[in-house]
Design a protein around this ligand. Structure first.
Ligand code: NAD
Length: 326
């Protein structure tokens, strides 16, 4: 008898994490449908079927969820780095666009009896009041309430987390919610205003000569942790296939200041780089993943070293910079 392939739907498959996830699911032998407003920017999609469509449209969602997918990954969102989500200029779009996508997708998945749905929430849901101390931020899953995210992006994520949990409770769906913490890697946005700190730092250093000065927002003593995309994808598939139904962090516990991130990238590049600190959108003072719960829930936690991921990412961004200069 012919083997029946498992099917997966990846929403946001033209984006950074979504395109890596499609590649991973194909390697595992899934038949994959990807959906996005756009094709992946940096490589051909490996999806068996890729639909360019707007998930804010109910009709589009009905069309793409045309059978009971074994796995649905909902990663589509209107998002970007600090320069996009902390300026306030995009708040209405961020909230309206992302909430509409989640409302539509849950509704059609329920109607098609797709039970296994993954949702990518964010560390941005954690209360700002627990992240004022750069060296000791609190991001354990149970610290999410009383809620006080530092951006409307975080509030939408929190609303949508609760939406997914409600569908699980009332319609017996197996929704899985991860709170991603700063994912980075090759094929992520590296210019244009939506890029995150690791990509922005790699780009600035790739474009600089040894001895040059680059600009960094704030005093650079704000802390973050950054997770390499392969580990994010690993955690994502493991979580979806687990029986764990509560929101859980997927991030790295290797917390660094932005100044030390710059120093690490400069060292990888083999360049002497000076820093000028300028005012800019910053977000919380400190943030780090807390991996105790994921360790218990999945018997697995991300383990890659920041420097290893940065080496690969710097090399990729350097090649992009060189190609653009040609
Ligand atoms: P990304 O911006 O590269 O990917 C999101 C994709 O969603 C984009 O390709 C975009 O075109 C698509 N999209 C947006 N609106 C759409 C619409 N109306 N219809 C169809 N597609 C639409 O972002 P990413 O870094 O790959 O993030 C994926 C998910 O993970 C997002 O939900 C994001 O909020 C979440 N997340 C990411 C990080 C991170 O560090 N990258 C951290 C926390 C949470």
């Amino acid at each position: 008898m012919a083997r029946v392939e498992k099917t997966a739907l990846v929403c946001g498959a033209g984006g950074f994490i979504g395109s890596h996830l499609v590649r991973r699911l194909k390697r595992e032998g899934y038949w994959v449908r990807g959906v996005d407003l756009k094709y992946p920017e940096f490589s051909e999609t490996e999806a068996d079927d890729f639909l360019v469509g707007d998930l804010r449209s109910q009709q589009t969602c009905q069309m793409i969820v045309d059978h009971r997918f074994d796995e649905v990954y909902q990663l589509a969102a209107d998002m970007g780095g600090a320069g996009y989500i902390f300026t306030g200029e995009h708040d209405a779009d961020v909230m309206h666009n992302s909430a509409t996508i989640n409302l539509n997708m849950l509704d059609v998945c329920r109607k098609r009896n797709c039970k296994q749905i993954f949702y990518s929430s964010s560390a941005c849901i954690y209360p700002a009041y627990n992240q004022e101390d750069a060296s000791n931020p609190k991001c354990s899953e149970d610290s999410a309430y009383p809620a006080a995210p530092d951006s409307e992006y975080g509030w939408e994520k929190l609303f949508s987390e609760r939406l997914y949990m409600s569908f699980a409770r009332n319609y017996k769906m197996a929704t899985r919610v991860a709170r991603y913490h700063n994912i980075f890697g090759p094929e992520g946005t590296w210019q244009g205003g939506k890029e995150k700190a690791p990509a922005a730092v790699c780009r600035k250093i790739a474009m600089a000569k040894s001895g040059d000065t680059i600009e960094i927002w704030g005093d650079g003593e704000q802390t973050r942790s950054f997770l390499y995309v392969d580990q994010c994808v690993e955690g994502t598939t493991r979580l979806l296939r687990s029986s764990f139904g509560e929101p859980v962090n997927i991030g790295s516990e290797e917390m660094v200041t932005i100044n030390s991130l710059v120093a690490m990238v400069a060292d990888i590049a083999g360049k002497t780089i000076h820093v000028e600190h300028i005012p800019g959108p910053l977000g919380v003072r400190g943030r780090n993943s807390d991996n105790r719960l994921i360790g218990k829930a999945l018997d697995w936690a991300p383990s890659s070293r920041l420097r290893d991921g940065l080496e690969v990412t710097y090399a990729w961004i350097e090649s992009q910079v060189a190609a653009t200069a040609r």
